[in-house]
Ligand binder design. Sequence first.
Ligand code: BGC
Length: 490
Amino acid sequence: MTKKYKFLIYFLFIIFQQDIICKPPLSFAYQELNWDWNKIEPINYVDLQFPSNFIWGVSTSAHQIEGNCNCQWTEFEKNKNLDLSSIACDNWNRYKEDIGLIKNLGVNAYRFSIEWSKIEPVEGKFNQEAIDHYHDLINNLKSNDIMPVITLHHFTHPIWFENKSAFENVDNIKYFVRFAKEMFKQYSDKVLMWCTINEPGVYAFQGYLRGVFPPGKRNIQQVGIVSKNLIQAHIDVYKALKSMKNGDKCQIGIAHSITQYDPFHIGNKYNPLQKFEEFLAYYLNHIFYREMLNFFITGLFEYKVPAIIQLFLTGTLPNVLNAQIKYQYCPDNKKYKSTDILDFFGIQPYSSVLIDCTNTKAEKIPSIRPGNIVTDMPYKICAESVYRAIHEASFIGVPIYITETGIADSKDDRRELFIKRYLYAVNKAIKENYDVRGFFYWSLYDNFEWNFGYSMKFGLYNVNFKTQERNLRKGGETYKNIIKNQIASS
Ligand code: BGC
């Protein structure tokens, strides 16, 4: 960042912090958590005791593994010159063989998504071949004693839906509900756990603020609109499915990404740099996950962001002064109850991030504290963020699942540590009576990592994309052994 730019930022900050636009208290209490791993490790992980009915799983999503999709992401890849997802892991043809890989891990659940663009490539016309494909996938999972968990929207949808402006327009929610109902009609006899939407916060943040996901926009106001519409879409789908046959016996929830942002500079409340980082961290949390989380706790979504944040985060000028969206859920003026719209809450805590205004390379080399270990993504291994996320989500008052977390680690020299630490954090929370029911590692195998293409290796199995050969990594062995030990001792 040049000196001139920095000066401009501080100048603007000083103006805006005077409570003209920025309403939230800048002294907002941040709770960065750093455990002393020297004291915790080595832990005899064999002794970690999870409840006997704990769900052990792995996660994937359709566009990232199936191959030959034709959705809004396929278009985006071409238009932005990204890696093309192309045949990905060719899971569409190799799903039976891949179920063998899942089985070999010893997990008892598999979370995957249904590719809406394959089911309904043309508006209103459902494709029987695609419907049958997922029937067969589900049947094969079940005959292998693996519980299927369906996600209905994992970042992708048909091009016709994108052309109608997708979730920017509240009137489009009905198309998603129609698709969800059809899927529930097809599979709810066999599938008992459903996630409506994967990471609404990431979808809105990456697609409408950073512009690195489709539709590639940068508009702080639209982030709020899309976030609100995704909440509404979740509620509409939840209500519709609950009123259908099997609605009462299925668990329906949402999967929310929780990445905490904290100021890098701490310890001196008069330091303007620290103040500025607190200010940015506050809004990043607010936009990315906290206001949505707050909605599920209180029934009120109150997105309120000084639009100048758009300039700070993206270098582009906002077209409003103050981005504000408010949504209150209170049917028939009844008191809000989270259990009216959720049976469980999925959290996806990968890490927490330090906002350091002196670091101009944060995208590539994040600021970290001494002793932190960075993953390939790049962010740090931070099991503390899982514990914090569980604590934050516990206020909703429904069972919690870690529906995803994982590490990009091409050398596979940090995956074992990651798995052990993150499971330690989950176990600690369970011992403290937090209601955590399951853990799904992301991901079964290497796959198409969105704007990072094939460069990021999240897999328990390595995939050779030339030959489609899959091989279990050492880190995968660790996960397998921990599960084996848990299941054997339960
Ligand atoms: C998403 C996945 C993604 C993973 C790793 C999550 O945000 O749900 O689709 O691959 O993180 O970045």
